[in-house]
Design a protein around this ligand. Structure first.
Ligand SMILES: Cc1ncc(COP(=O)(O)O)c(C=O)c1O
Length: 370
């Protein structure tokens, strides 16, 4: 049996014809930038998300950048985020001219450890970017209390957590601004790069909209310099078709996570994902910890199972952040977790047989390596 890590063709096959028709319509209309599909998608997305308005952006990376810039964050400021995330989160901070301040993670859930933030706050701190990693939200109640206490802004990075909830509240509705990614393998993926941003304050929202469209409301009337970070009409047309499936796809991911949990509980060499009981996890990724992940991954590869690494290194140890001088030992939990993570196949449409097969191979690996 071959088990792919992600299978988008399987996921989209029931709607592929509609996607092809709709995108062909957009091409025939020649409305490539802006347009009806773009506007309707953002209305529908806002309704699903439970927010007052959303802006389509060309990627979550630029969405985070636009949100930070629109809040006046730049040179001389510090922004706190997790040491365990995809690099776009911290890249966006650096792009504004502000300094990235990494924070260690919770050893159970692997998301930002909010209890460590107070020691990182200085006179220069302006914002915090919690990342709802793997599909599980950060403790947003505690984080927002802290932000209020220290007068800090919070931008939720929901790239991996469309539809996740914390204490019943949708990820992306708790911070001052929030960003989604439609990178193809995300829970709601597009035909190429894309993302969306929302903000609580209508003025900030409007500023982000303008920032992502060269600082203008009207053609050639540039009120400030921004950038080009727009979501294309054709990508929005496809997302309008798939958005109604997102909740069901998230349920399927949760179901597959349940199968893994059931099958893999009790193997002492691996640690299974911990779900905070206040969270509704959407399992963008199903990540286990094992001390011998390279050998396990190659055993699985030999048996036809693809796995992933999210992420092989905490950000502080990457060459990109050498200048911060935060070598090994700076973020012990994140560093240890990154050395042991292994992502197992998960996507809507993965079958029980496939998950059982992956689990059988994991068990057989450990049976032979004890
Ligand atoms: C946590 C996180 N933040 C931000 C991003 C950036 O998203 P995009 O690829 O849409 O720029 C990603 C994508 O990998 C991500 O996983």
């Amino acid at each position: 049996m071959q088990v792919p890590f992600v299978d988008l063709q399987r996921q989209y096959s029931p709607v592929m014809e509609r996607i092809l028709e709709k995108t062909a319509d957009v091409i025939s209309s020649c409305r490539f930038i802006g347009g009806e599909e773009h506007d309707l998608f953002l209305e529908e997305l806002s309704a699903w998300w439970g927010v007052r308005g959303a802006i389509g952006v060309s990627s979550a990376t630029l969405g985070l950048y636009g949100a930070l810039k629109s809040m006046g964050i730049g040179r001389g400021h510090e922004v706190i985020t997790t040491a365990h995330t995809a690099i776009p989160t911290s890249e966006a901070i650096t792009m504004t001219g502000a300094d990235v301040v990494f924070c260690d993670i919770d050893p159970g859930t692997f998301v930002l450890d909010v209890s460590r933030i107070p020691t990182l706050i200085t006179r220069r701190t302006r914002a915090i970017i919690p990342v709802h990693l793997y599909g599980q939200p950060v403790d947003m109640d505690r984080l927002m209390d802290l932000a209020r206490e220290h007068d800090l802004l919070v931008i939720e990075d929901c790239a991996q957590a469309q539809g996740a909830r914390f204490n019943g509240k949708m990820a992306g509705t708790m911070g001052h601004a929030s960003v989604l990614s439609f990178f193809p393998s995300k829970n709601l993926g597009g035909i190429g790069d894309g993302g969306a941003v929302t903000a609580r304050d209508p003025e900030i929202l409007e500023y982000i909209r303008m920032f992502c469209n060269h600082g203008r409301k009207k053609k050639y009337m540039h009120e400030f310099e921004g950038t080009n970070a727009r979501l294309d009409n054709i990508k929005a047309a496809m997302l309008r078709i798939t958005l109604p499936f997102l909740d069901e796809w998230n349920s399927r991911r949760r179901e597959a996570a349940g199968w893994y949990h059931e099958n893999l509980s009790g193997i002492d060499r691996i640690t299974l994902p911990v779900v905070d009981e206040r969270c509704e996890h959407v399992f963008h990724l199903y990540v286990i910890l094992t001390p011998d992940r390279e050998n396990l991954a190659s055993h699985l590869r030999a048996k036809g199972v693809k796995t992933g690494l999210h992420y092989p290194s905490s950000l502080n140890l990457l060459p990109a952040y050498k200048h911060l001088n935060q070598g090994p030992g700076s973020f012990p939990v994140a560093e240890d977790v990154c050395a042991r993570v292994l992502s197992l196949p998960i996507f809507p449409g993965i079958t029980r047989e496939e998950v059982d097969f992956v689990c059988r191979e994991i068990k057989s690996y450990y049976a032979g390596n004890n």
